[in-house]
Design a binder for this molecule. Structure first.
Ligand SMILES: Cc1cc2nc3c(=O)[nH]c(=O)nc-3n(C[C@H](O)[C@H](O)[C@H](O)COP(=O)(O)OP(=O)(O)OC[C@H]3O[C@@H](n4cnc5c(N)ncnc54)[C@H](O)[C@@H]3O)c2cc1C
Length: 258
């Protein structure tokens, strides 16, 4: 149950509140997942007055503020190489109503293995800036240790590479349903290729990070070799993961040739 609501006007004030051990105090982005995550009594620190909703290109990075809503992100994406596929990912992540409220950081912190957005940002090797201290942490390092790494801290922004191409493919019971298996591949001009898989478990999984795409589909097959649950067998997920990665890489190849 939420017993205190704070809406600080500065980052310093927000961090002071989050430092407290009593009552348990959590950042509130859009608030769409927070109620479900809170056990017992808690205070919340609403981040919406902190001006953390930027969308800004800087050098080779696209900086997304922590409280940027998924809908604003969708609307502001332009002609960046990853934009078309990232739009598809966001539309798959959340419905129109949810996108108005759900934030970039809240979505990543609350993501399960079935989150298209977290899967795509893992492939893109997204980097989070944490306050206090401006520590930079990759999403891949944050996802398995979200509770520990974020205690008393805030994500202030998320950086995506502007020069990487992205492709996203999935299978689900219906087109709007959460994925049973999804794959995202990101390729840089240097040939570096990263593949992330989703649809299973508590967080998306990095299956491949190499200097070229060779071996990515096989790595995906191996990464999901044990990914069985009530939704699908491990054999099914493993086969589909390899197929989706091949499709992603073909899509990126075609885009590069065009
Ligand atoms: C009707 C409905 C349907 C939903 N359907 C789905 C679904 O299909 N799939 C799915 O995955 N989710 C679903 N959700 C859950 C939720 O909508 C998403 O996970 C959402 O994207 C969370 O974003 P938020 O900004 O609302 O996060 P919040 O609820 O504000 O926060 C989520 C977590 O992130 C933390 N947090 C927020 N901002 C920061 C920050 N800057 N720094 C550090 N920590 C932070 C919070 O403390 C909390 O632990 C659904 C929710 C609703 C209400």
């Amino acid at each position: 149950m939420i017993v205190e609501y704070h809406r600080p006007a500065t980052l310093e004030e927000a961090l002071r509140l989050l430092e407290r051990s009593q009552p348990f105090t959590a950042p509130l982005g859009g608030g769409t997942a927070l109620n479900r995550l809170i056990r017992g009594e808690a205070a919340v620190v609403d981040l919406q007055a902190l001006g953390l909703d930027i969308f800004q290109a800087q050098g080779n990075s696209l900086l997304l503020g922590a409280t940027l809503s998924l809908q604003k992100l969708l609307e502001q994406l332009g002609a960046q190489p990853m934009a078309g596929e990232l739009r598809k990912v966001i539309l798959h992540e959340a419905t129109y109503n949810l996108r108005q409220v759900a934030t970039v950081a809240g979505t990543l912190v609350a993501a399960s293995g079935r989150s298209p957005f977290a899967t795509a940002l893992l492939a893109l090797d997204a980097e989070m800036t944490l306050a206090p201290g401006e520590e930079i942490l990759s999403l891949g390092d944050l996802l398995p240790l979200r509770t520990e790494r974020l205690r008393g801290r805030l994500i202030t922004q998320v950086a995506l590479p502007l020069n990487a191409r992205l492709a996203y493919e999935y299978v689900a019971r219906t087109p709007a349903d959460q994925p049973i298996v999804c794959a995202a591949a990101a390729c840089w001009p240097s040939g570096r290729t990263r593949v992330a898989l989703g649809g299973y478990g508590s967080a998306p999984m990095l299956a491949f990070d190499g200097g070229e795409p060779d071996g990515a589909a096989m790595a995906a097959r191996n990464a999901y070799a044990e990914a069985g649950d009530t939704w699908a067998s491990a054999e099914y997920r493993s086969e589909i993961a390899a197929m989706l990665v091949e499709r992603c890489l073909e899509k990126i190849n075609k885009a590069q040739e065009a």
